[in-house]
Design a protein around this ligand. Structure first.
Ligand code: GMT
Length: 395
């Protein structure tokens, strides 16, 4: 057990065996779930990731961390591979043989329903494993409210022993869209300051902006909901006023269209499409402004990562973003789609060295509220609470 692990035992918080289910991709929920698991393992808990591929941020060996791959064989009869069934079977297996204390699933669809199925199967053998579902955003706002999934999402949230949401806004939206009888606990997303911090790598900055141009950055999975078109249109307005470069980090369905848009607007020479990057913190380190014009965003983990690297945020004012990015303090908020307002705010900020310096400091200060060191104990306390209150639950 690590040093922190022994401190935990001294403080009488018992170490637990936790199963974490998530999407293993670069999406925010998968990143958060992986970082949570790694953080818990460092604090002495045993963590078992159960998913269909090695999570993107689970890159090296770490004490107390295990990975169980869900494989579902193709069979000519199946037009769609029955992943849910394979995952449920794997959960039953891992809970039983690794003797897990609880299952924590990230993103309701399909994980909350699958966890419920596994729980019921285990109950037939006299084994009760509590399940906790963390709602991340699109599982509620985009997909969850779609009638195709709604009944199962509502049912499986109600059947989870514990439910958390990553912002107050997401909690409130969940109550608004579904008939939820459970109390939803808000546990905010977090940031690891050992990784996300200002490094002042000037040589790197010179390579990107050799003539001292301002650097704007956007990171996402380039889905429509991220409105990357608006990022490009804001940047065009900025470019009309000052020399600047735009870094677009990530990849996704909109990529081809966005490259074409940059050519059409004749700004492609100033825009770099960098694709998926593991060390996003090194790019944030050189940026002056982060752009997040999303149509919907339950929290905005990418904005928090930028703020931890002292980069102010120009964003839309939807969902949980205003809980993270404070208007006139750590950046500016505008109505969704108001490219002019976002461009004016960006230009105002980039033309005022003093304001930019203050916003940089404020961004870091506000990001500190979400320090992993503060948030992990909240998850531990919540696990303890659920373990205590759910043990004799019948259904
Ligand atoms: O935003 C995405 O495209 C990915 C998505 C996910 O679940 O992987 O992100 C959601 O969860 C993140 C982590 O909790 C939040 O920071 C994002 O705001 C949220 N995305 C949306 O609500 C659109």
């Amino acid at each position: 057990m690590s040093n922190i692990g022994s401190v935990i035992s001294m403080l009488n918080i018992r170490t637990m065996k936790i199963g974490i289910v998530c999407y293993p991709t670069y999406g925010g929920s998968g990143v958060l779930a992986t970082e949570l698991g790694l953080g818990l393992a460092k604090r002495g808990h045993q963590v078992h990731f159960i998913t269909y591929r090695q999570p993107a941020r689970l890159t090296s060996f770490q004490e107390n961390v295990f990975y169980h791959e869900v494989s579902s064989d193709d069979y000519p009869l199946f037009e769609f591979t029955p992943y849910d069934t394979a995952l449920a079977s794997k959960l039953v297996d891992v809970v039983k043989y690794e003797n897990l204390d609880l299952l924590h699933v990230h993103y309701a669809i399909p994980h909350a329903a699958v966890a419920y199925m596994a729980k019921k199967i285990l109950l037939t053998e006299g084994r009760y494993v509590p399940t906790i579902t963390t709602l991340h955003g699109t599982d509620i706002t985009l997909v969850g409210s779609n009638q195709t999934f709604a009944p199962v999402v509502a049912f499986s949230i109600n059947k989870s022993d514990g439910v958390t949401a990553v912002s107050k806004s997401l909690r409130d939206q969940t109550y608004e869209y579904f008939d939820i009888k459970k109390e939803i606990e808000v546990i905010y997303n977090f940031i690891d300051f050992d990784r996300f911090k200002k490094r002042n790598k000037d040589h790197f900055k010179k390579a990107i902006a050799p003539n001292g141009e301002r650097i704007l950055i956007h990171t996402s999975n380039f889905r429509k909901v991220k409105r990357v078109d608006d990022v490009i249109r804001v940047f065009k307005r900025v470019l009309e006023v000052m020399p600047a470069k735009l870094l677009l980090v990530g990849d996704g369905p909109e990529r081809n269209h966005l490259e074409a848009l940059c050519r059409e607007l004749d700004i492609h020479a100033h825009v770099s499409f960098l694709g998926k990057q593991d060390a996003v913190e090194e790019l944030l380190d050189v940026a002056d402004v982060f752009l997040m014009p999303s149509a919907s965003e339950s929290f905005g983990l990418a904005a928090l990562e930028a703020m931890a690297c002292e980069v102010p945020v120009i964003s839309s004012n939807v969902g949980g973003i205003p809980e993270v990015n404070i208007h006139g303090v750590t950046g500016f908020l505008s109505p969704v789609g108001d490219v002019d307002d976002m461009a004016n705010n960006t230009i105002k900020l980039l033309q005022d060295e003093e304001m930019l310096g203050n916003f940089r400091k404020n961004a870091l200060e506000n990001a500190r509220l979400y320090d992993i060191k503060n948030i992990l104990p909240q998850y531990e306390a919540y696990y303890e609470h659920i373990l205590k209150t759910s043990l004799h639950e019948e259904d």
